[in-house]
Design a protein around this ligand. Structure first.
Ligand SMILES: Nc1ncnc2c1ncn2[C@@H]1O[C@H](COP(=O)(O)OP(=O)(O)O)[C@@H](O)[C@H]1O
Ligand SMILES: [Mg+2]
Length: 275
């Protein structure tokens, strides 16, 4: 059995030791929701863009903050090529599909690799949460980078986070990291709204369900940690295709079976905060 790594590194513990943190809300925003996963490539950015669009469809005002400083994907997924306007002090979000968006990818050339160090990541996050003119938002959806690093730490310590959704695929290796992520949010006092099992199966041309990554792992993990299991999103080639085209599935085809899953989840999120 591989030994489970501690959920917070020694360096992080040191940074946190003896400090009290003032948690500021993101200005112009009622509720901040993080979309998190321990691993990359599980569909976090796809989830973040589609859930933002689904919340918009049910009459919420939504912002989308790409906090993946090293690997921003919101510009591509929403087909944004503009640069945000700045007056030297603040940045205006870019509005696409009625959603206020901000990403490091708007500011830097997307082909240039990000070779930033921790403090620069922290300062980029501070800019995005304090210097962006977010306006009248019900929700800001934060697309987190994978893992439990500087970005998560900055958010959890300095920003009022109202909830987190953890996205995973069902493989055992992904689940190990999910457990680490759950412990981190629990320790930092961020409410976990629940776990989503993404790319959990696909339906073949024969109409059968193929569970290629194993079965039930995310649900079992949710039960183990007494968190809500928010359901499964199957593998569907339209999802990937639409992400690549810059028009996510929920925007392109709200009646699609996958879009309906996102709309149900959006209703759940809304009901958690607006009773
Ligand atoms: N339910 C899904 N069905 C098919 N492809 C998906 C699904 N969810 C995500 N993908 C694809 O998987 C890849 C990784 O997704 P992405 O959202 O970039 O992951 P992450 O942000 O976790 O790294 C992308 O090519 C995306 O289009
Ligand atoms: Mg991503």
């Amino acid at each position: 059995m591989p030994k489970e790594k501690p959920e917070l590194s020694d360096a992080m513990r040191k940074k946190m030791a003896g400090k009290t943190f003032v948690k500021n809300p993101i200005l112009g925003t009622k509720f901040t929701i993080a979309i998190s996963s321990a691993k990359g490539g599980v569909g976090k950015s796809t989830f973040a863009t589609n859930i933002a669009l689904a919340l918009k469809k049910i009459e919420c005002k939504v912002g989308l903050l790409d906090a993946d400083i090293y690997g921003p994907s919101i510009p591509k997924m929403l087909g944004i090529n503009e640069k945000p306007k700045s007056d030297g002090k603040s940045l205006s979000p870019i509005i696409k599909y009625d959603i206020q968006c901000m990403s490091i990818g708007f500011l830097a050339d997307q082909q240039t690799p990000m070779i930033w160090r921790g403090p620069m990541v922290t300062s980029a996050i501070k800019t995005f949460t304090q210097k962006v003119l977010w306006k009248d938002l019900d929700f800001i959806i934060v697309d987190m980078p994978p893992g439990t690093g500087d970005t998560q730490l900055t958010f959890s310590q300095e920003i009022k986070m109202d909830g987190a959704i953890i996205v995973s695929t069902p493989q055992e290796v992904a689940l190990l990291d999910v457990k680490r992520g759950i412990k981190m949010f629990d320790k930092l006092g961020v409410k976990i709204l629940g776990l989503v099992d993404n790319m959990s199966y696909f339906i073949g041309d024969d109409g059968k369900k193929y569970k290629i990554f194993g079965e039930g792992g995310v649900k079992r993990t949710a039960e183990e940690f007494k968190k809500k299991f928010l359901g499964e999103i199957p593998i569907n080639s339209d999802v990937g295709k639409q992400g690549d085209l810059g028009v996510p599935i929920v925007e392109k085809d709200p009646d699609h079976s996958i879009s309906q899953i996102y709309l149900n989840l959006a209703n759940f999120i809304k009901s958690e905060y607006f009773k």
